[in-house]
Design a protein around this ligand. Structure first.
Ligand SMILES: [Zn+2]
Length: 219
């Protein structure tokens, strides 16, 4: 896909043209856009549609140390009911970071870790928080999500079945997961998972905005 003269439909800010990029975050207004699915080849700005995006509510107070960052994450529901199997302890969604992990194996490891974490989540009802840029395309999110399911689910499908079994995935949502970044250690404030994360420099500190936003919601 070749992108030409791409600009934000909301504020007019020009976008960096990036081949095969399926999510654009505007540097001006920080809204997210996606090319409308029917478009092939060059994408005029009028064909970009706003991507619904929200921040997941932190489940614990903001830690005093470290940067507070927003990690863009694809939340991809797994429709086990479509397979007519007993779900048991299998994950009901894949949580796939959409940023900063060029190597697929690292991405799968990160996502498997995050996917296995138990716990319900909800998004913040109102928020002035701005979003972090997201790099992983929706199509790639689907493909990698299947690999994460195979890595996360024990007992089924067996390796020899993996080629033939299609994991029934629902429509994904791109959400922003608040995290504490302490050096190279990233700890999310929703599921409490902590892991090594080398791409922390690409995320800017949003502690002040986060604190302000939470205060507004609580008051
Ligand atoms: Zn904009």
């Amino acid at each position: 896909m070749i992108l030409t003269r791409l600009q934000c439909p909301h504020c007019g800010e020009p976008f960096e043209p990036v081949d095969d990029r399926r999510v654009f975050v505007c540097d001006g207004c920080r809204q997210s856009f996606s090319p409308s699915p029917s478009v092939e080849g060059a994408v005029p700005s009028t064909e970009l549609v706003a991507l619904e995006r929200a921040v997941v509510r932190p489940q614990r107070p903001l830690p005093a140390e470290g940067k507070i960052v927003l990690l863009p994450v694809w939340f991809v529901p797994i429709r086990w009911d479509a397979l007519n199997v007993t779900v048991g302890a299998w994950p009901t969604e894949v949580r796939l970071p959409a940023l900063g992990l060029a190597r697929t194996q690292l991405l799968i490891k990160f996502a498997s870790h995050l996917t296995r974490a138990r716990g319900a989540w909800e998004t913040l009802p109102t928020s002035r928080l701005t979003h972090a840029p997201a790099e992983l395309a929706m199509e790639d999110a689907f493909a990698v999500s299947e690999l994460v399911v195979f890595a996360s689910v024990e007992g089924w499908p067996r390796d020899e079945q993996a080629d033939r079994v299609e994991v029934p995935l629902g429509p994904p949502r791109l959400l922003d997961l608040p995290c504490q970044l302490d050096g190279l250690r990233l700890t999310d404030l929703v599921f409490g998972r902590s892991q090594h994360f080398e791409a922390g420099d690409s995320l800017r500190d949003q502690r002040e905005e986060m604190a302000l936003s939470l205060n507004e919601i609580m008051s």
